[in-house]
Design a binder for this molecule. Sequence first.
Ligand SMILES: [Zn+2]
Length: 139
Amino acid sequence: MHELSIAVELVRMIREELRAHPEARLKTAHVCLGALRQVERTTLQFCFEATIRDTALAGAQLSIEPVEAAARCRQCGLEFAVEDKWFECPRCAAIDADLLRGDELRLTSLDIEAVTTEAGAGTKESRTCLPADKLSNCE
Ligand SMILES: [Zn+2]
C-alpha cells in the first residue's frame, strides 16, 4: 500500500531526528502533504498509528497539513491552481508552467515532550518544535 510505505518512511525520519533527543517523547509529528501526492489523509494517519504501535513512539499523533497545488505560467506569469500534473494556463492556454507547490510530502516539525528524571521534577512537559528545513522530502 502506498500510504503504508510513506508512513514507514516518515517513522524512519522521525526516529532519525529523535536520536538527538533520547530523553524526549514524541507528541505530534507535523507533515505537509501536497494535493498531487494522491495520498488519503485518514489512511496515512491509520498507517502511521499502525507503524508506531508497540514502539517507543506509540501514542504520537500525525498532523497533516494539506497543501493545494499551484503552478505559474512561464509565458504570462499567471499563478493558478492545478488538480493534476498536466496543466494548461487558464489565461493564455500555454502548456508551459512550473509547479510551485502541491507535490510535497515533508516532515515539517516534531512536538516533543522532554522527560526529566531529576529528583522531585517528575515529568516536565515542554513542547519543542524541532526545526524543519533540514528534514528531507520523502521518496
Ligand atoms: Zn499563461
